[in-house]
Design a protein around this ligand. Structure first.
Ligand code: SAM
Length: 482
């Protein structure tokens, strides 16, 4: 019998099944305990924030009580507080990125993913370095500066050397005024040695979705291949941290299992990282299972409606207010619009989820990993964000200035991030407007920049930021940052 221990390095102990079940029972028993719920909500408000023993604002038990609560008035308060937290810690900035699919060769048998080894209908494709160059040029021409690279797991076709070579290629492309300044990596769980190599290659965040924390379901959903090993997969972030990567991104593939179980375990994972490494997850992603080549999302038990999805996002926002939250184009514009208010800080835009998709005129679907719901261009997404008073940011400054892991978190916790991120966001938006935007987007964008410049508190920073923006507008100088 395993015992719950957030400091343990054994998956069954830090994501302890008995503790998750007790948490769910506790949440169910207290879902109408309004005195407790009001106290938890109050505790999570930005002004009252103190961090728990394991670095989260709410413990997994407290956060699970909020998720279980169905009282409409309190659910509304939950949404309002999520919005307050978003504004207090992130302001109105939304960071943009795009996924880049390198290869769909895969030896795993994941039941929800069309790249699974037994799928004989999907064409298999792996980009050559020249093809990557072309994809990166297309992404730079859209205005992207930050990518998340994606690949199936295949030690023969996609070994770590291939991934490292791709990262080098991506960073080496400088087309017109474009460059990719941050490459995040979403590849299968690997060894400490390989994580060290990724760190040396200059990656930003290492992202690995847990898919499901429920061990029995996990084993069923991953029947074959190296990904079948639940413990190896669940303990991956500890190995990544041991390999020197201190920005790691968690995620659950919502729709596979009971969302309340996943949520409690996800917060426990964040507590574990903080307890062992002194730094929680850099980001949490909230993907939902989508239709794909031979995949029907209705075949899974855990499907959640949009309202439950929003509630999960709000509860994550309250539990871990300093962790970035990512939503992809798996979701349509209407869902993304609401989710942004609840505390999402990063979104993808103009995405293509097929291998080699960016160099095609028309979005190809044959090698797609999942159906893209939000099919707008990056320019349309950027304009849409601004129309709703968000500030699109293509900033990549923090990790390049060494603000990662604990350093980033302390920076964030002391409220300093706003003094740096805000002007950096303005300068990267100015680059976008100058180099890539449509006339309509330019018009809204320059007005927004003028208004947002006024919000920079320090006279000196405001003056410098305005000077840099002028240089971006009138010369080829780029990549200014505070
Ligand atoms: N192969 C790596 C792994 O196993 O972690 C890399 C990640 S894969 C390219 C990216 C993620 O897409 C997976 O972790 C999974 O959560 C998600 N995914 C797979 N099939 C999906 C589907 N049908 N709908 C939505 N997301 C899906």
């Amino acid at each position: 019998m395993y015992k719950y221990d957030p400091k343990s390095l054994i998956a069954d102990e830090f994501i302890n099944d008995a503790e998750v079940r007790e948490t769910l029972a506790y949440a169910e028993a207290n879902k109408n305990n309004f005195e407790l719920i009001d106290a938890i909500l109050e505790k999570a408000r930005p002004g009252n924030l103190t961090l728990s023993e394991h670095g989260t604002a709410l413990t997994h038990r407290e956060a699970s009580v909020l998720l279980a609560c169905e009282d409409p008035e309190r659910v509304q308060r939950l949404f309002e507080i999520a919005e307050e937290i978003k504004q207090a810690y992130y302001g109105n900035r939304i960071v943009l990125f795009a996924p880049l699919y390198l290869s769909n060769y895969c030896v795993n048998g994941c039941l929800y993913c069309p790249y699974h080894a037994k799928n004989k209908t999907i064409p298999r494709k792996k980009l050559t370095q020249e093809e990557i160059r072309q994809e990166v040029i297309a992404l730079q021409d859209m205005g992207h500066k930050r990518l998340a690279i994606e690949a199936g797991e295949d030690p023969v076709n996609n070994p770590i050397e291939y991934i490292l070579e791709c990262i080098d290629t991506i960073y080496s492309v400088h087309h017109k005024n474009g460059d990719i300044r941050r490459v995040n990596v979403n590849i299968a769980a690997t060894t400490v040695e390989n994580y060290r190599k990724l760190k040396e290659a200059g990656i930003g965040t290492y992202i690995l979705f847990q898919e499901t924390y429920h061990k029995e379901s996990y084993l069923h959903l991953h029947p074959t291949g190296p990904k079948h090993d639940y413990n190896y997969h669940t303990e991956a972030m500890d190995r990544a941290m041991e390999g020197g990567i201190d920005d790691v991104g968690l995620g659950v593939l919502f729709g596979l299992e009971m969302y309340k179980y996943e949520f409690a375990a996800l917060v426990m994972h964040a507590e574990h990282l903080e307890a062992v490494h002194g730094v929680g997850p850099h980001t949490i992603s909230v993907p939902r299972v989508k239709k794909a080549d031979d995949i029907d999302p209705d075949e899974f038990d855990g499907g959640i409606d949009d309202e439950t999805f929003e509630k999960i996002i709000a509860c994550i926002r309250l539990a871990v207010p300093y962790t970035g939250m990512i939503i992809s184009t798996r979701e349509n514009a209407a869902v993304r619009e609401k989710a942004l208010k609840m505390g999402i800080s990063q979104i993808s835009g103009g995405s293509r989820t097929s291998v080699g998709g960016y160099t095609e005129e028309i979005r190809p679907t044959d090698t797609e990993q999942f159906d893209v719901s939000d099919q707008r261009t990056l320019d349309e997404v950027i304009r849409w964000l601004m129309e709703q008073d968000h500030m699109p940011s293509l900033c990549t400054a923090c990790y390049r200035a060494g603000r990662t892991g604990e350093r980033f978190m302390s920076f964030c916790k002391s409220g300093q991030i706003l003094n740096y991120c805000h002007p950096n966001a303005l300068m990267t938006l100015a680059e976008y407007l100058t180099d890539y935007a449509s006339p309509e987007t330019k018009e809204i964008g320059w007005k927004l920049i003028e208004k947002e410049l006024e919000k920079i508190p320090s006279d000196n920073t405001r003056r410098l930021c305005a000077e840099h923006i002028e240089a971006i507008r009138t010369t080829n100088q780029r990549d200014f940052r505070f």
